[in-house]
Design a protein around this ligand. Structure first.
Ligand SMILES: Nc1ncnc2c1ncn2[C@@H]1O[C@H](COP(=O)(O)OP(=O)(O)OP(=O)(O)O)[C@@H](O)[C@H]1O
Ligand SMILES: [Mg+2]
Length: 614
């Protein structure tokens, strides 16, 4: 697992951005600002009231003035408490609304990102954006945001009042707090180092747990439990040591603030008392002063306690913003898929239903082109990393109605070719055309709508089998679902399940066999009745008899359709129109099954190797 920072790189920028999201609920934000300020001012005012009250008590006619002073104090404190209750309520709502916005933005944005982004990010890291990071941001907004504003106003107000009451004493108090600030900075910078070590250890612990949980079966197969435990104890131990260092050092901050504030208190009491005796200060001011000096410890403490927490949540917010800044998938294509009907004169006319046709929205005067499924690769060069080409100048063509097989050893680039047809990646050189259009000029949604794809690693979603098949065509009827399942030869096993089509698939299909999952994935691709089908190792886990049945179903479905089949089992591809043999990203042989066998090249070797094995 990636090392997760505890502090933001750009604190100001992150705060500004977070505020701008909170700004969507501007009124609430202002209300929180006003109420925290009111509560802080009331606290200051109420405390300041000690001065007139004490002085009044000492004056003539003290009793009646005392009553009015006490009433005023009570009113001020009550207003302050009401304001505090108000801002916590508003803040709780504001925090939830802000997190709601942020969560939605993040999820929507993730949907728009290219596959390349997912190649480069770990699942766990993306998940923890939604769990850990959202949580800390939410907590910070809920609890810390208003407290920090309030403490800040109160601190500044206290300092101003101290200076106003007795400037000389204020210098003394400030000197004490200057020491506190220096200590906080110093200890902060030292504990930061330990905190980083702690985070790193925590990251590797979490990564290890995640891996061991996911790999439980492999661990059991290899009797690896004891080794896994001992490795865990080691990492856990390192985390403990790092944690002790980090926490004990950070824990010196609060006691330090308290100690200095007591010392300040004592010094002010002695010097202030002496000044009062000398007549340089009235007794009321001294009493108020002492309370204020005690009170400053409170906001400072809150500040230091909240700082780590806030920094941590800002780091989380920054991680979320980084993903939000990722470039969405480029889609500049202007050619879209429409329905059309052929006119008497042979031309195509756009309509509500009928056959599919391509329409270039950038050039509306151009004729519609019927969707046929003609795919051509012309000297295509592509690499997942620009410095490392995986396909080195591939040329191939598939005419409508042809079944093209891609074979070749593991890592040769078969899956890569399949993903380029749907433009999940952009190529570095050469051209890929689809019915004569460069794939880059076709709107992605239309392009992918016209392709039925069975990916090499099947992924099913939580829901019933019927839902999963319908994923390929959301408005399909139950009959269509069953028909697609029959085409994929999946109907047979589905109807034998206790709940049939209503069987709920859990956890990516854990309750089905690998081959059954593949059959559902094939039905899911077949239901949309696409002109181009891409089957990447779609039948690698089913038995040969089922495979034959699927093939027959597909053949029925295949009329006028282009099919790309990628298969290790060469019996599957024998009846393909053309077999393309790939090796290290280049086409080394091309031809029919018989041609290639006669050639006695790579295909011949693969074929005989395979048949000997099976
Ligand atoms: N997402 C990716 N990021 C970086 N490199 C990749 C990625 N996917 C594949 N590769 C690399 O590209 C090359 C071709 O991979 P590809 O998946 O196309 O092979 P394949 O022919 O489908 O193999 P297999 O028969 O095992 O499925 C491999 O060397 C692989 O390491
Ligand atoms: Mg593959």
């Amino acid at each position: 697992m990636q090392y997760r920072r505890k502090r933001p790189e750009d604190t100001r920028g992150t705060i500004r951005r977070l505020l701008s999201i909170m700004g969507h609920h501007r009124k609430m934000l202002y209300l929180v600002g006003i109420l925290t300020a009111v509560s802080a001012v009331c606290n200051l005012w109420g405390t300041y009231m000690i001065k007139p009250i004490v002085n009044d008590v000492l004056s003539e006619n003290g009793a009646s003035k005392l009553v009015s002073g006490v009433i005023e104090t009570a009113v001020v404190f009550t207003i302050g408490a009401a304001a505090a209750a108000g801002y916590t309520q508003v803040m709780a709502k504001l925090a939830q609304k802000t997190i709601y916005d942020l969560r939605r933005q993040l999820f929507d944005h993730l949907q728009s990102l290219p596959i390349r982004f997912y190649d480069q990010s770990r699942h766990g890291d993306l998940m923890s954006l939604f769990t850990n990071d959202m949580d800390t941001v939410s907590e910070a907004l809920n609890n810390s945001f208003a407290i920090v504003i309030q403490s800040f106003v109160q601190l500044i107000g206290t300092i101003l009042i101290l200076i106003y009451l007795q400037a000389k004493l204020a210098v003394l108090v400030m000197a004490g707090y200057a020491i506190v600030l220096i200590w906080i900075r110093y200890s902060g910078s030292v504990s930061k180092k330990y905190f980083e070590v702690q985070q790193k250890e925590l990251g590797s612990l979490n990564g290890y747990i995640e891996e061991m949980m996911a790999g439980q079966k492999v661990i059991k197969v290899f009797n690896h439990e004891a080794a896994a435990e001992s490795r865990f104890h080691d990492i856990n131990d390192q985390l403990k040591h790092a944690g002790i260092h980090a926490q004990t050092f950070a824990a010196t901050q609060v006691p330090m603030v308290m100690t200095i504030s007591y010392i300040n208190y004592a010094a002010v009491a002695v010097i202030g008392g002496w000044m009062a005796i000398q007549g340089q200060m009235d007794v009321g001011s001294l009493a108020a002063y002492l309370v204020f000096v005690r009170q400053t410890a409170l906001p400072i403490n809150k500040f230091t306690q909240q700082t780590n927490f806030i920094m941590n949540s800002l780091a989380g917010a920054e991680r979320i913003f980084k993903v939000l800044d990722e470039q969405p998938e480029q889609d500049e294509g202007s050619v879209v898929l429409v329905h059309a009907q052929r006119q008497q004169d042979g031309s195509l006319q756009e309509s509500d239903q009928g056959i599919f046709a391509w329409k270039d929205t950038a050039h509306p005067q151009q004729d519609l082109v019927p969707l046929a499924g003609d795919v051509r690769f012309d000297h295509v060069v592509f690499g997942y990393r620009s410095d490392h080409p995986v396909l080195k100048g591939i040329s191939l063509y598939a005419k409508p109605g042809q079944k093209i097989a891609l074979v070749g050893s593991t890592g040769a680039g078969k899956t890569t070719i399949a993903s380029l047809i749907g433009r999940f990646y952009d190529i570095n050189d050469g051209e890929i055309t689809y019915d004569g259009f460069d794939v880059r000029s076709i709107a992605k949604h239309s392009l992918r709508q016209s392709l039925g794809t069975v990916l090499q690693d099947t992924h099913l979603f939580t829901g019933t089998i019927e839902d999963n098949i319908r994923f390929g065509k959301p408005d399909a009827s139950r009959e269509e679902v069953i028909q697609a399942a029959k085409t994929a030869s999946a109907d047979d096993f589905i109807t034998r399940l206790p709940d049939g089509y209503d069987t709920v698939i859990s956890q990516d299909g854990e309750n089905l066999s690998q081959g059954q999952r593949q059959l559902i994935a094939i039905a899911r691709a077949a239901i949309a009745d696409p002109p181009v089908l891409i089957l990447d190792e779609a039948t690698s886990s089913v038995d040969t008899r089922t495979e034959e049945l699927i093939e027959q179903g597909m053949d029925r479905l295949m009329e006028g359709r282009t099919v790309f089949v990628i298969a290790h089992r060469l019996s599957t591809v024998r009846n393909a129109k053309a077999i393309i043999v790939l090796e290290h990203g280049t086409v080394i042989e091309r031809g029919s099954h018989e041609d290639l066998l006669a050639l006695k090249g790579e295909y011949y070797e693969l074929y005989h190797g395979m048949t000997e094995l099976s």
